[in-house]
Structures are given as structure tokens and as C-alpha cells.
Design a protein around this ligand. Structure first.
Ligand SMILES: [Zn+2]
Length: 220
């Protein structure tokens, strides 16, 4: 009787431990990225095709990712960014801007589209780049948080592992320097806008953490 009780007690402990391990791994996997899709319809696809044809001379709506481009939103809340990206068209009727991921101030990671969708987030590289927007940078202030840095590091590692074609990581402000990659394509003459996001401090933090993972960064 005592033996049976001991076996059943140990069995119970074993099952409990197993359950906790499974539950924890499920939690971390499930909570690492929150899917919050923006509107994806035939109109968005049509506008992507139109944008890709005009700017890249190709009509694909999907990409083979070769770079991760990091941004800040220059606005203060996730909901304002999400609502802005949700719409498919800009006021001039062209494809609206959007990025694949948005990282909130507390480090929460939201996935807004498929990782291989062509999104409009950086002139000259949308045909090969996954975009990560970070909530912050209002009035150009370098105020991205430590939690955002840690989430970006984990997210970029995850992306590099999942898409082995990814070789480069750069900030939006490094868009001219990044032409060294040979990936820049822009068919519309003089189509360019200067950027400062997401700040040098944030990119230095990413470089220090991720350079040893085989990603190519730029110094300035
Ligand atoms: Zn940007």
C-alpha cells in the first residue's frame, strides 16, 4: 500500500513537472510574437503590385528577405501606429506604408503581416527587407527602451534563423550606406527622403548583440 502510494505520488509529481515545463515553453513561444494583422485584401495586393512594378520593375507581392531594417515610429503609441498601417492606401491613392513587425515600449512584439509580404517601409529596399518599427522617437528623441532592444535582438535572431537568406541588418538612417550591399533598387528618379530613425545608440546595441550571429551591420 505504501509502495503504491509512493509510486502514485512520484507519478503525480512527474506529471506536474512535465506539465509545467510544457506550459512554460508553450507560453514563451506563444507570447513572444502576437499576431495582429492589418487589413489584407485584394486592394492592398493590387497596390503592392503597382508599387513594386513602378519602383522595382517587378510585380511580385512577396519577398525573399535579405535584410532586416529597423525603424522608430515617431509616434507615441502602438494603437496610433497600428491604425495608421491598417489602411491599405495613402491619401494620394498609392500603397500605404506598413511594416512586418511593431515593437511596443514594453517590448511586446506584434506581427502585422506575413514575414514575406512586400511592405512599404524603406525606399529602395522594400523588395528584400523585413521592417521592424519601434514605438518611440517622437520629435527625433532617441528614447527607445531597454525592453525594446532586448525584443529586437530576440526577434532578429528568430528571423535570421527562419530565413537564412537574411544577411544584413541596418537602421533606416543608414539607407545610403546600405547601398554597399548592392540590394538598393529604385526606378523612380530622385525618389528619396532623409531619415534619422531608429538612432545610432539603438543600432549600436543591436550590432554588439548580433554581429557574432553572422549578420552584417554598418558602423555609422
Ligand atoms: Zn523608418
Amino acid at each position: 500500500m505504501i509502495l503504491i502510494r509512493m509510486i502514485s505520488k512520484n507519478f503525480f509529481i512527474g506529471v506536474t513537472v512535465l506539465f509545467v515545463i510544457l506550459a512554460c515553453s508553450w507560453c514563451s513561444a506563444a507570447h513572444a510574437i502576437i499576431d495582429k494583422p492589418i487589413l489584407w485584401n485584394a486592394e492592398r495586393e493590387r497596390l503592392i503590385r503597382e508599387y513594386a512594378t513602378l519602383h522595382y520593375g517587378k510585380s511580385e507581392t512577396t519577398i525573399i528577405p535579405q535584410a532586416v531594417v529597423v525603424h522608430w515610429t515617431a509616434s507615441g503609441s502602438f494603437s496610433s501606429v497600428y491604425n495608421h498601417f491598417f489602411k491599405v492606401a495613402m491619401s494620394d491613392g498609392t500603397l500605404n506604408v506598413a511594416s512586418h513587425f511593431v515593437v511596443d515600449r514594453d517590448g511586446t512584439v506584434y506581427r502585422l503581416t506575413s514575414e514575406t509580404a512586400l511592405n512599404r517601409h524603406i525606399i529602395g529596399y522594400n523588395h528584400i527587407a523585413i521592417g521592424i518599427e519601434n514605438v518611440g522617437g517622437v520629435s527625433g528623441k532617441e528614447d527607445l527602451t531597454a525592453a525594446q532592444l532586448q525584443s529586437n535582438i530576440a526577434l532578429i535572431r528568430y528571423l535570421k534563423e527562419k530565413h537564412p537568406t537574411i544577411r544584413y541588418c541596418f537602421g533606416h538612417y543608414q539607407q545610403v550606406k546600405a547601398r554597399e550591399t548592392g540590394l538598393y533598387v529604385e526606378k523612380v528618379p530622385d525618389y528619396f527622403s532623409k531619415k534619422i530613425d531608429p538612432g545610432k545608440k539603438f543600432m549600436n546595441g543591436l550590432r554588439q548583440a548580433l554581429e557574432s550571429d553572422g549578420l552584417v551591420f554598418f558602423n555609422d
